[in-house]
Design a protein around this ligand. Structure first.
Ligand code: AMP
Length: 390
């Protein structure tokens, strides 16, 4: 059963046509720099050999989507429907839902919680309804997995009327990835796994505390700014810092917003880059700011893993995933060292192995099993589409 998965950003549109039964990918690519100079479509497909790059103007998402139509048609493969990754489902998407005029309206209604993503995603859903007539569309919200975390974990200790009026709560993010990480970890560990701390560590990073497939807590909050130190995001800071900067520093709310989301995190700490590879090279060259950036990343990640473990009342395993979690042995070792006091031990040789497979990197005597799980959000989205439309 084939499904087309669409992941739209404010200036990008990723797509993948895959078979949910065999996991075979027939076409995948990314329309980049939409609305910006130098736009292009990069893709691979069973219809052509090798990586393709079309240097074409992409003034808007509709133009980008029309290239996706052509690329998908060229494969000669039909599909049952389209799954759309939506960053913020707010209070409307406790699970994935088929797109109707009403549910599309909900994606827009909750967009102020994720303005950079939801508006573009809603536009692209509308475009797909037009460009792929007769195909069903499904919203797969990144927040759904966190929807049912206990109230004590998702409630903010703010006045009730404010919380209710503005729908303030912990919504979390990366839910589709955490759901996949659970599934793959369970397949790997079987009955040995009940409590998992899922570590999605990429340019955006979050943890999830998962008990028998159910999420109990997560580190991101109302927005994806909360929690871990990320590439350019500061993660948790004293919220009064915002008031202080505005009152004493004369910053506007937009300036603080940009500062915390785009100019902070590993980028601000290292002073050179948001990319862990550049920072690792900086450490090798003796740069003390780069060393501090990694030390803080390990410290905060270790701390928050313990927070997640507390909400699970103990854990059997932790799984590293996403760009950093899957590819950086240094980062994995640094985080594990923070947890050595409670018996987490990583095998250096296993940690150094590069692979696309789920693998265990802990030592046999480690109190917690440690896995590396390459995430696959597209597959998870396609499974939801198959379930709802198949
Ligand atoms: P993501 O957002 O999941 O695509 O993760 C992107 C981040 O993963 C990059 O900014 C890098 O910091 C990190 N990353 C990607 N590839 C590698 C690699 N081979 N080694 C170390 N870090 C990597």
């Amino acid at each position: 059963m084939n499904v087309l998965v669409i992941n739209a950003g404010s200036s990008s549109l990723k797509f993948q046509l895959l078979d949910v039964d065999t996991r075979e990918v027939y076409a995948k690519g990314n329309c980049e720099r939409i609305g910006i100079d130098g736009s292009f479509v990069g893709y691979e497909s069973i219809a052509v050999e090798g990586k393709q790059k079309l240097d074409v103007p992409l003034p808007d998402h509709k133009t980008a989507a029309s290239y996706v139509v052509d690329i998908v048609q060229a494969t000669g493969k039909d599909f049952i429907g389209i799954g759309h990754r939506v960053v913020q489902g707010g209070w409307y998407f406790p699970e994935s839902k088929i797109v109707t005029d009403e549910s599309l309206g909900w994606v827009r209604e909750v967009a102020p919680l994720a303005p950079l993503h939801n508006y573009a995603e809603a536009d692209v859903i509308e475009i797909c309804r037009e460009l792929f007539p007769g195909k069903g569309n499904v919203v797969v919200a990144d927040t759904s997995f966190h929807y049912n975390i206990p109230e004590k974990a998702h409630r903010y200790a703010l006045p009730r009327d404010v919380v209710e009026k503005f729908h303030i709560r912990k919504y979390g993010a990366h839910g589709t990835s955490h759901r996949y990480i659970w599934r793959a970890s369970k397949e790997f560990l079987g009955d040995d796994l009940h409590n998992l701390v899922s570590c999605h560590l990429g340019s955006g990073s979050s943890l999830a505390a998962i008990k028998d497939g159910h999420d109990m807590d997560t580190t991101m909050g109302l927005t994806p700014l909360d929690g871990l130190i990320m590439g350019t995001r500061c993660g948790t800071i004293d919220p009064a810092t915002v008031c202080f900067l505005m009152r004493e520093g004369g910053y506007t709310i937009d300036e603080v917003d940009t500062m915390m989301n785009k100019q902070s995190g590993l980028l601000a700490l290292s002073g050179i880059s948001s990319d862990s590879r550049d920072i690792e090279a900086g450490i090798a060259n003796g740069d003390p700011n780069c060393k501090l950036a990694f030390d803080m990343f390990y410290y905060r990640t270790g701390q928050l893993i313990m927070e997640m473990a507390q909400s699970l009342q103990g854990f059997d395993a932790m799984a590293f995933s996403a760009g950093i979690g899957e590819n950086s042995p240094t980062m994995r070792m640094g985080v594990a060292k923070e947890l050595e006091w409670m018996g987490v031990k990583i095998d250096e040789e296993k940690n150094a192995i590069r692979s696309d497979e789920v693998r265990e990197i802990s030592t046999p005597d480690s109190k917690i099993r440690v896995l590396v799980v390459p995430t696959n959000e597209e597959y998870m989205i396609a499974l939801d589409v198959a379930e709802l439309l198949g």
